[in-house]
Design a protein around this ligand. Structure first.
Ligand SMILES: Cc1cc2nc3c(=O)[nH]c(=O)nc-3n(C[C@H](O)[C@H](O)[C@H](O)COP(=O)(O)OP(=O)(O)OC[C@H]3O[C@@H](n4cnc5c(N)ncnc54)[C@H](O)[C@@H]3O)c2cc1C
Length: 804
């Protein structure tokens, strides 16, 4: 074993093998794999080896496509067979909702270049004759599904890497990791120490233990998972039969051919975690005891839906553990506050995702950027709130819902309520319907008093529709109040604060007493943030941003801030905040403060300290509703008093409380984009319509040169607003945009503009089409609805209301 290496990859499962391979492919040859036992000794060896391209996040789906296409390449380079069978797959729908869901998956697949097809159940039964048709209403066929040999794939990656210069140390357990002053790591193993410039944790079932070596608790948990293989079934070896992978969503089972029988796996309701706190080090190519009772309900459904399967015996049962993050997607990237320490773990579908994970991580290590939009896999999407117990509750929920539909308006119950603001009980008393965001409860809308505070889950307009409409109308005609605790807040202070912020932000900083809107760009000039910066003293700034990205931003800032003169602090929960909006909001604010908040003295984009009643606050004149309005930030201990004060004073003005749903509808009426929807690292600021917030002349800043190029060349896309001729369902995101029979773009968000009585969608289309108005269609639940491109926001296009 070498004593020095550029990278020590810990873990020789399919993920570690892929990372090793991609590092060598990217040009880093001095890399080392350290595996405690034989390769594949964690989850990898006993996997069913299934692979598929579908994923709820289109960006993750893209990386899954990449993974599947990669296998031919590593087979050819290494000479090691991956045992690939690209069979195609049938996704069976047992209900109308499921068929709708499949139609939407198919639609989304269109702009990802996937060739998915909705077929009748008769057609499906011709492909897979074991189906008892009466249980199903239709199916989707995906030609790029199949299975492979897990051992073969892992070894093929490793062989390619070794051919390129990588070193592989098997039967060598890493027992400790010690940081060195120069940012490298001393990797202590059972066979001696290695100095590594970078360490990658691909510990799979032991990722938590490896994380603990550097003082972090990664949100991963292993779950037990069964599959069984039947005795031979007459007809299986018929070549017409052995082609297909099948998922029966309602039965919560997947299956494929294995020899002359079928392999049947299930995500059972009685989900069972394994080794909840610590993974034993002596668990080595081992399996867990079978518990057929636990999966019996799923098997009964399988035998009812596919009667032939129940007529033969069971040849083999496998019960093995594999890991999940709370939302089921991988954890990839550098860890905030640790130098040169990377993770690629929590990968629950290693054979669909391992290649993409390895590519993104190696790009990130080599080029400083993953090269793709991998927010859905970034380890920074979880903050300190994702504790071991939170993870446990969410992973169980996620596992048992693996084949369930997640409706766009659906809120899941596990691990709730966990974080609440001081006015939580007041909002309950007002009959608020809550959503959860980063484990924080926030009001979505208010049900009428006496009615159940519950929303029906649906792809169509729900029972919330009319009430959200009433909230929007109240804001536009008088005044509304909403809680904005779930916005991210970051304090930046110190003598070099302005210099630092000006270096990382694309717009000029505001003068004292003002707000400025600014994108944040990466070195490639792509959007990685969308901030409102408030300056209330020369050296004191409050940044308002997306709360989900707080850890991501803190990681970004810590890597780029000077060692002295700037203090950056994540402060989201220190400023819970309330917002008031609407034509009467100034009258309300004036009633509770002695400061003069007239338009002359406190114009649009003002920001300053102000006493509101007896409460010290930071007040900004801005609101996401696009109306006249204010954001009032206070410390948590004042939030109740502020809430009560505004309610009392607002009563005579007709104050109505509103929630996030109404806020998001109103921002659509104003064509305001939002982070993770319209603004993501796949778009440039000019494409996203944020060019006016990029000041190329102010000083050098991260991404300036690339932004200047984008401005000159015009980028490729344009964010546009569409008025959609919708029926009873609005777009909500990821629907294809059609023109002249071709998919030309995709929706980033959609909904109903209640105060303009119009279904609306925001989405990206090629810049060449950005002048066309008519002829667009947006596919909503399988139906192409006419859509008209709007030149300006449908509500208050001149922006007079917010400046009034
Ligand atoms: C029954 C079952 C069926 C499955 N079916 C599928 C499927 O059909 N399709 C699919 O895509 N996925 C499937 N999976 C999931 C798949 O197995 C995982 O996604 C994948 O194996 C994860 O790989 P990994 O490399 O992250 O982790 P692991 O395979 O757990 O590898 C981690 C490796 O790190 C090593 N290691 C850990 N700590 C140290 C240390 N301190 N020092 C040195 N080495 C260390 C371990 O020995 C191990 O070899 C299935 C899983 C199970 C259990």
């Amino acid at each position: 074993m070498k004593t020095h290496t550029q990278v020590a990859v810990i873990g020789g499962g399919v993920v570690g093998a892929s990372v090793l391979y991609h590092l060598t492919k990217g040009g880093w040859k001095d890399v080392m794999l350290i595996e405690r036992s034989e390769l594949t000794s964690g989850s990898t060896w006993h996997a069913a080896g299934g692979m598929h391209t579908l994923n709820g996040d289109p960006n993750v789906a893209r990386l899954q496509q990449y993974t599947i296409n990669l296998y031919k390449e590593i087979e050819a380079v290494s000479g090691q067979s991956c045992g690939m069978h690209v069979t195609g797959g049938l996704n069976l729908a047992g209900t109308r909702e499921r068929l709708d869901w499949l139609k939407m998956a198919k639609a989304r697949g269109r702009y990802l270049g996937m060739n998915l097809e909705i077929i009748s159940i008769d057609e499906a039964a011709k492909m897979y004759p074991f189906i008892d048709k009466k249980h199903f209403v239709g199916a989707m066929f995906d030609p790029v599904e199949g299975h492979l040999d897990p051992w073969g794939v892992t070894n093929a990656y490793v062989k390619c890497a070794v051919m390129a210069g990588a070193e592989v140390n098997r039967f060598t357990r890493v027992i400790d990791l010690r940081p060195r002053p120069d940012g490298s790591w001393e990797v202590a193993t059972e066979k001696g120490a290695v100095i590594a410039e970078h360490v990658v944790n691909c510990g799979g079932l032991w990722a938590r233990e490896v994380g603990r070596m550097v003082g972090i608790e990664l949100p991963v948990l292993a779950m037990e998972h069964h599959y069984l293989i039947t005795e031979d079934i007459p007809g299986v070896i018929d070549p017409k039969v052995d082609k297909f992978h099948v998922i029966d969503f309602e039965g919560e089972i997947y299956m494929r051919q294995e020899g002359g029988g079928m392999l049947i796996g299930t995500y059972e309701q009685a989900s069972t975690p394994w080794s909840e706190r610590e993974t034993p080090w002596d668990f080595d190519q081992s399996l867990l005891p079978n518990d057929l009772d636990r999966i019996a309900p799923s098997l009964e459904t399988a035998f009812e839906h596919f009667p032939e399967l129940g007529k033969v015996g069971i040849r083999k049962v496998v019960n093995g553990p594999f890991t999940f993050a709370p939302d089921g997607n991988p954890l990839v990237g550098p860890i905030k506050g640790l130098r040169n320490f990377w993770v690629a773990c929590g990968v629950m579908a290693g054979f669909s995702q391992g290649g993409g994970v390895g590519l993104a991580l190696s790009n990130w290590m080599i080029d400083g950027d993953p090269g793709f939009d991998i927010w859905g896999m970034d380890v920074a999407r979880f903050g300190d709130w994702a504790t071991l117990a939170y993870t446990n509750a969410k992973v169980r929920e996620n596992y048992s819902r693996r084949f369930r539909i997640r409706f766009p308006n659906e809120e899941l119950p596990a691990a709730r309520p966990l974080r609440t603001t001081p006015i939580y009980d007041r909002l309950i008393a007002e009959n608020a319907v809550f959503g959860e965001y980063c484990s924080l409860e926030n009001p979505l809308w208010f049900a009428p008093k006496g009615a159940p505070a519950r929303e029906d889950v649906t792809f169509r307009r729900s029972n919330a529709h009319e009430h959200v409409g009433a909230e929007c109308r109240a804001v536009r005609t008088s005044v509304g109040m909403t809680e904005i605790a779930n916005y991210g807040k970051i304090e930046v202070e110190g003598p070099r604060a302005a210099e630092f912020l000006s270096h990382v932000m694309a717009n000029k900083l505001p003068p004292v007493g003002k707000l400025a809107l600014t994108p944040m760009l990466n070195e490639r000039g792509r959007l990685i943030g969308d901030f409102t910066i408030g300056r209330y003293e020369e050296d004191k700034f409050l940044l308002v941003c997306s709360y989900a990205a707080e850890t991501y931003y803190m990681r970004w800032f810590k890597q780029r801030m000077p060692s002295e003169g700037v203090h950056v602090r994540a402060a989201s929960m220190d400023y819970p905040g309330l917002s008031i909006a609407g034509p009467k909001s100034r009258e309300l604010l004036q009633a509770v403060t002695r400061d003069d908040v007239s338009n002359e003295k406190f114009p649009f984009l003002s920001f300053r300290r102000m006493d509101v009643g007896m409460i010290p606050a930071l007040v900004g004149r801005v609101t996401f509703t696009g109306d006249l309005g204010y954001e009032i930030w206070v410390r948590p201990e004042y939030q109740r008093a502020l809430y009560d004060l505004l309610l009392k004073e607002g009563a005579s003005l007709g104050l109505k409380q509103f929630g996030m749903r109404a806020l998001l509808c109103m921002r659509l009426e104003k064509s305001f984009g939002t982070w993770f929807r319209e603004y993501r690292p796949i778009y440039g600021p000019y494409e996203a319509g944020l060019g006016r917030f990029v000041d190329l002349k102010k000083n050098d800043f991260v991404g300036r040169d690339a932004a200047a190029r984008e401005k000159e060349e015009g980028g490729k896309l344009r964010l546009q607003t569409f008025a959609v001729d919708a029926l009873d369902a609005d777009a909500f995101g990821d629907e294809p945009i059609w023109r002249n029979g071709k998919v030309v773009g995709w929706v980033t968000s959609g909904g109903y503009g209640h105060t303009v009585n119009q279904s609306l969608a925001l989405g990206y289309i090629p810049k060449e089409l950005a002048d066309a108005t008519d002829g667009f269609e947006i596919e909503i639940i399988g139906e192409r609805r006419p859509a008209k491109r709007l030149d300006a926001p449908i509500f208050d296009p001149q922006g007079l209301r917010m400046r009034s």
